[in-house]
Design a protein around this ligand. Structure first.
Ligand code: SAM
Length: 458
């Protein structure tokens, strides 16, 4: 398929909001754009990386890239249904399908640019000096990559290593939750399961990212979520930022093979070396239970409330910088989100004053921490959705609307700001923000989240 270079990366609305899946995928798979970024071989601790070629403002588009190869839902689903004859989890079946797709491209003489991009990903390490061309990494998007590549005798296991280190799985949902929905005979169809984006695979990890990605079908769109200086490295998070330091540390070490030394981890390490005794109740099991967004249990909700109170007390008492407080609080965000979602479901029986208290005392610090640490991330948007619904409920329920209108304006502006960063210029006009909110509400929605969202203010 001939690729199509996007001249105006700002108009991504047609990529994001097309309703017909087939049309959307057909259009987006061939689009690409490379903004003010280039690849460096010299990132100090992490091998090759992407750097800014000029100063970049938050919200600028960094690149748009189609997946070079991906596991189609239509291919994976029937295999998952008949998995009794060929056992495997959804993740393993998706990996197997991707391996087959890669092998098919490798054997195709017309796919030399794609083969070149696989070769580049094979030797991903700090010492690797493979010379890189962006065109080559864009695979099908390349007009220049005419060199002939051969990969002889590459084993399935080597292809699997490329996938595990570089591929992008589903976003907003986990393989497990997709399987659960399919087991419940839910007709849910994820827009994507697993794909390789060799150009995006050059980006290293940080728990304080300066870039975010969104997907339009199998096309990835990346924006700066913070201002980035010329020569500074572009980094994003490989895992949900809303996990506490010990969990992030373990996942990065065991699943990605490195010890994270980003600013956030360095700052948090001291706190977590000797965590306050009052927080030590957080065993892994109780943690998972407190974060579970579908648990509508009064006792669990009280335990969440107590955890948040203890954490806020600890943060007030400890002699730590504001930045470190933001970092630590974001690590507890899953509990905050579950707590707020549950409170939102109870809005009919809960006093407006209490909701206002939640907005001031819980939502505001959490939002400020997310903005400082993982601005415009999925989780940040999730929190803003909840805040927006809370202020919507308060504004609708009060007789003195003149007193709440400024708060409504404030939270509307926060949603718009986050959308501008995540979706670029698209967030500039309110109609697109409305559409983006519909889009994110649909993808961020969980079984019980946002159940009360009946307000039409934005
Ligand atoms: C998707 S690749 C990123 C590009 C990679 N640096 C390369 O040269 O191909 C992921 C790998 O980069 C390295 N990496 C990424 N972020 C890192 C970090 N913060 N610290 C150390 N190594 C990192 C790890 O080896 C990881 O498995």
């Amino acid at each position: 398929m001939k690729s199509h270079k996007l001249e105006d990366p700002f108009d991504i609305s047609s990529l994001l909001f097309q309703s017909n899946e087939d049309d959307a995928n057909a259009t987006t798979r061939s689009c690409y754009y490379v903004g003010p970024v280039t690849i460096t071989n010299t990132a100090a601790v992490s091998g090759r990386g992407l750097i800014a070629t000029r100063d970049i403002a938050a919200g600028e588009c960094l690149f748009v890239t189609p997946a070079t190869v991906f596991a189609r839902v239509e291919t994976v689903y029937p295999r998952w249904v008949s998995r009794n004859s060929q056992p495997g989890t959804l993740e393993e079946i998706s990996e197997q399908v991707l391996i087959e797709e890669m092998k098919s491209l490798i054997s195709n003489k017309d796919e030399q640019a794609t083969v070149g991009s696989f070769m580049t990903l094979m030797g991903a390490s700090a010492s690797n000096t493979t010379s890189l061309s962006i065109a080559q990494l864009l695979g099908r998007g390349s007009d220049e990559a005419t060199t002939s590549f051969t990969i002889n005798d590459i084993s399935d296991n080597e292809l699997l290593q490329i996938i595990r280190r570089n591929a992008f799985g589903p976003d907003f949902v986990t393989y497990l939750s997709i399987e659960q929905r399919w087991l419940d005979h839910n007709t849910y169809i994820p827009r994507r399961l697993l794909g390789l984006f060799p150009f995006a695979a050059m980006i290293n990890h940080s728990c304080v990212p300066n870039a975010v990605r969104v997907f339009a079908g199998d096309t990835m769109i990346a924006h700066a979520c913070d201002s980035i200086k010329t020569g500074q490295e572009i980094v994003w998070s490989y895992l949900p930022p809303t996990q506490p330091y010990p969990q992030r540390h373990a996942t990065l070490r065991h699943q990605h093979g490195f010890v994270c030394q980003c600013r956030r981890c360095t700052n948090e390490a001291e706190f977590w070396n000797t965590p306050p005794a009052s927080l030590s109740i957080l065993t892994r099991d109780s943690w998972v239970r407190l974060c579970n967004r579908t648990l509508d249990d009064v006792c669990v909700q009280e335990a969440r409330s107590a955890t948040i109170r203890i954490l806020e007390d600890v943060l007030q008492a400890k002699d730590i910088t504001n930045e470190t407080k933001h970092f630590i609080r974001v690590g507890f965000a899953e509990i905050y989100i579950s707590y707020l979602n549950y409170a939102l479901q109870l809005t009919k029986s809960v006093e407006v004053d209490h909701l206002d208290h939640l907005l001031q005392r819980i939502c505001m610090p959490l939002h400020l921490s997310m903005a400082a640490c993982n601005n415009a991330s999925t989780e940040h948007l999730s929190i803003l959705h909840v805040c927006y619904d809370l202020i919507g409920t308060i504004h609708s329920a009060t007789k003195e609307r003149h007193l709440t209108v400024n708060k409504l304006r404030f939270w509307t502006a926060q949603v718009q700001k986050a959308c501008m960063v995540r979706y670029g210029n698209l967030g500039n006009d309110i109609e697109s923000v409305r559409k983006a909110m519909q889009h994110t509400r649909a993808v961020l929605r969980n079984k019980d989240g946002f159940a009360q969202s009946t307000h039409g203010f934005i």
